[in-house]
Design a protein around this ligand. Structure first.
Ligand code: C5P
Length: 393
């Protein structure tokens, strides 16, 4: 609940700005006080009057009007949390650069409160390396993200870039105030399969659903951690308050993990493809009449876990997963040494673990083996997150 919390909402320019009005409703229904700052771009999509009516507060939009009372400092100090929703590509770039040319920019520099950004933009703008770099920089500085989601856009095209739904944004705001034992800790989590391209239309992958890794990310966030989830292609939504970086290949996953460092802990739940096709074909491979089937030459993928475990800025706690179909614990012990991690969560995948809802795991570390009973993946996640919290106590 957000009873008594003071939320400063910065509304920047996006056609999705109407959702900010719905967000204000939800936050006020939970007992929060909401004040809004409307940027010049935001004012193209929602009016100052509608924001004032919905928040029940004065709306600030002019740096120089506010400056008669050093308004940006007052607003920055007043807020328990600053929420930028929608956060346009331009606003994210300004935040990354620390530009303070308007009231929103000044408040964002002056505040010491947690900042949550809910990006909204065209999928091509979201995928642009400039936006990616801005988001990575902001995340490394502690800015939290919610969304964007995938789906229909204002233009007749779809893809990631859609502003998170008001309920998701409200959940992410609640997560900002989660006073858990992992408050102040940054945890990197990998999840899902990787896709290794054969040609522009074909790939090699595996049956990982990503459910266990997503559940772990959610459980860590619920204990107050700042979580970066590097995810292969899955159909799951980002857990509330978790920054998700979506990747396809193992090499992209490694690059995203290295970009997310430093971290206090790292948990590698992804089912990374061991091999990739050595030479990805630039064009779709043709099936010529009468010709033999092609032979694919494979190359070894980088081991992401092993690379992070011996990284110059190694997380203090590195946890790997081991999916085995026989001698589960013995293989996990060997893997612990080989990969240089601190704990291994070993699971028997001879059953229906991939895509299933339950998991039977053994927690293997230098100090011994714990056998956990079969339980839902969410419970495995909660138990593991609690163990991580104990480690940092
Ligand atoms: O060697 P194996 O694939 O069984 O190791 C599994 C563990 O290593 C998992 O934690 C998995 O996420 C991680 N891994 C990785 N990069 C790879 C292969 C596995 O991070 N290329």
């Amino acid at each position: 609940m957000l009873h008594g919390r003071k939320i400063l909402l910065i509304v920047s320019g996006s056609v999705a700005a109407f959702k900010a009005l719905m967000l204000v409703r939800l936050l006020r229904a939970e007992g929060a006080t909401v004040r809004a700052v409307l940027t010049a771009g935001g004012a193209r999509f929602v009016t100052r009057e509608s924001l004032a009516a919905i928040t029940g507060e004065h709306v600030s939009d002019d740096l120089w009007a506010a400056e008669s009372e050093i308004g940006h400092i007052r607003l920055a100090r007043w807020a328990d949390a600053v929420v930028v929703a929608p956060a346009s590509a331009s606003r994210l770039a300004q935040m990354a650069q620390g530009l303070a040319g308007d009231l929103a920019g000044c408040v964002l520099l002056a505040t010491r409160a947690p900042v949550l950004a809910a990006p909204a933009m065209n999928p091509a703008m979201w995928a642009h390396p400039a936006t990616e770099a801005n988001v990575a920089l902001l995340a490394a500085r502690g800015v939290r993200f919610v969304g964007p989601g995938e789906g229909a856009m204002a233009e007749p095209e779809s893809g990631p870039g859609r502003l998170a739904e008001p309920e998701e944004m409200a959940a992410a705001i609640r997560a900002l105030f989660a006073e858990g034992p992992l408050q102040g800790k940054h945890v990197l989590v990998t999840a899902g399969p990787t896709q290794e391209p054969i040609d522009p239309v074909r790939y090699i992958s595996n049956r990982s659903s990503g459910r266990q890794g997503y559940a772990i990310a959610a459980a860590l966030a619920a204990l107050g951690a700042r979580v970066t989830l590097v995810s292969g292609p899955v159909v799951l939504a980002a857990p509330p308050g978790v920054a998700v970086k979506r990747v396809e290949s193992a090499r992209d996953m490694l690059a995203a993990c290295e970009a997310a460092l430093p971290a206090d802990a790292a948990i590698f739940a992804a089912a990374v493809a061991d091999w990739r096709v050595a030479q990805e074909a630039g064009q779709k491979m043709k099936k010529e009449p009468g010709a033999d089937a092609p032979t694919l030459t494979m190359a070894l993928n980088p081991d992401i876990l092993a690379t992070v475990a011996k990284h110059a800025v190694r997380p203090r706690l590195v946890i790997g997963f081991a999916a085995e179909t026989e001698n589960v614990v013995e293989h996990a012990r060997q893997k612990l040494a080989r990969k240089g991690c601190d704990w291994i969560v070993a699971n028997d995948v001879s059953g229906d673990v991939f895509g299933g809802g339950e998991n039977t795991v053994h927690l293997v570390s230098a100090s011994g083996v714990e056998d956990w009973p079969k339980m839902p993946k969410e419970e495995v996640a909660a138990k593991l997150a609690a163990r991580v919290a104990e480690f940092f106590e």
